[in-house]
Design a protein around this ligand. Structure first.
Ligand code: NAD
Ligand code: IPM
Ligand code: MN
Length: 364
């Protein structure tokens, strides 16, 4: 879903919390360097949104900030949110889910591609490799926070958490998945649900999927239950190409598909309302267990920046970053999650040093 590059692109950078701050520094370094090499004009504006700001000012994000992020930028680059000092995750809901809901970012695109077989945890790697593009709904489902508590804190407590599925919401996502499959020549689109146990939502998803796929007869299509899908992503991931699913199932299977293709440290994502707004972020979170140790892998954030460059119409910049990532991985210039010894900054620089520019010039 790229847009043509017109003038200088404006990007809002929200590093966020924990390793989000560390990996975003490397993503911006790589993108800035690649953009300079290719003569692409991108302005980065830093936004101080996250746990620190919330703990300092008692504010997560204001309506005016949401409006300015929506109106004044071509894209948002986010690191991650989440901090043990905010145990109720108020700022995650207001900032991350707030942007998804209020900017109506309904396509959460999570490509999981095995870039180097050495980083696959499976015993047997499929001959054709693994490349699974997940289309996760990201404006409804179980995430809408409708429901509530009754008799909270008593032995009779009840908690209701509704799962909202609309024809409009499902149809626009399924269509986006098929459009992508058609444009990319993907061989199959698989819809993932739990229609056996959740028949109301399942019936809506299946009927919608059935109606939309009729328009894309050249693409194979099938349906999988999410539990079987989780199993099959480990058993025979090479069978799958494009997956389309709900907010909650997409959250879960995208961590699984990320792990099968090398881990959360490599997995990028883009959350979009095509033609309107776009936010790019790694699939991983703020990883409090390793924050501040320099062990975070910056590749997922760097690849998210490459997805953003492509979205902004800078294909040559995106291609250069993707190529540099592959070369750095092949050279074993990797962080501890992949078995290496590099720090976050060293791994980021290793990618940066392998950018080639338009004529293959080395960058130093
Ligand atoms: P997580 O993704 O932060 O970490 C899961 C595991 O993967 C941890 O062991 C972590 O060390 C490892 N890991 C993740 N990213 C890595 C990287 N780049 N390099 C090396 N190792 C990496 O998930 P979690 O621990 O369940 O969540 C931590 C916090 O992040 C929570 O507050 C959660 O809500 C939040 N979260 C935010 C986002 C987001 O902002 N998009 C996404 C997921 C989780
Ligand atoms: C993700 C995250 C978020 C989600 C959390 C932090 C609310 O896990 O982006 O995958 O569930 O969408
Ligand atoms: Mn997640």
């Amino acid at each position: 879903m790229p847009r043509a590059a017109v003038g200088t692109a404006r990007v809002a950078v929200i590093p966020g919390d924990g390793i989000g701050i560390e990996v975003t520094g490397e993503a911006v370094r790589c993108l800035r360097t690649a953009a300079d090499l290719h003569g692409a004009a991108i302005d980065f504006v830093h936004w101080d949104l996250g746990a620190e700001r919330f703990l300092r000012d008692g504010v997560t994000i204001t309506d005016d900030e949401i409006r300015r992020l929506a109106d004044n930028y071509d894209a948002i680059l986010l690191g991650a949110l989440g901090d043990p000092r905010v145990p109720d995750n108020a700022h995650i809901r207001d900032i991350l889910l707030g942007l998804r809901f209020r900017l109506d970012l309904y396509v959460n695109f999570r490509p999981c591609e095995l870039l180097d077989p050495r980083y696959c945890p499976l015993r047997d790697i499929p001959d054709g490799g693994i490349h699974i593009d997940i289309f996760r709904e990201s404006t409804e489902g179980a995430y809408v926070n409708m429901g509530g508590h009754f008799k909270q804190g008593t032995p009779d407590e009840i908690a209701i958490q509704e799962d909202v599925n609309t024809r409009k919401g499902v149809e626009r996502l399924v269509r986006a998945a098929f459009e992508y499959a058609r444009a990319e020549g993907s061989r199959r689109v698989t819809m993932v649900d739990k229609a056996n146990a959740l028949p109301a939502a399942g019936a809506l998803w299946r009927r919608t999927y059935h109606d939309v796929r009729a328009e894309y007869g050249e693409i194979e299509s099938d349906v999988m239950l999410v539990d079987a899908m989780a199993m099959d992503l480990v058993r025979r991931p090479g069978r799958y190409s494009v997956l389309v699913t709900s907010n909650l199932f997409g959250d879960i299977i995208s961590d699984l598909a990320a792990e099968v293709t090398g881990g959360l440290g490599l997995a990028p994502s883009g959350t979009l309302h095509p033609g309107r707004h776009a936010l790019f972020e790694p699939v991983h979170g703020s990883a409090p267990d390793i924050a501040g140790t320099g062990r975070a892998n910056p590749v997922a954030a760097v690849r998210s920046a490459a997805l953003m460059a492509r979205h902004l119409g800078h294909d040559a910049v995106a291609d250069d970053i993707d190529r540099a990532v592959r070369i750095a991985l092949a050279a074993g210039r990797i962080t501890p999650d992949l078995g290496g010894t590099l720090t976050t900054v060293e791994a980021g620089r290793a990618i940066c040093d392998r950018l080639s520019g338009p004529r293959g010039d080395a960058c130093h």
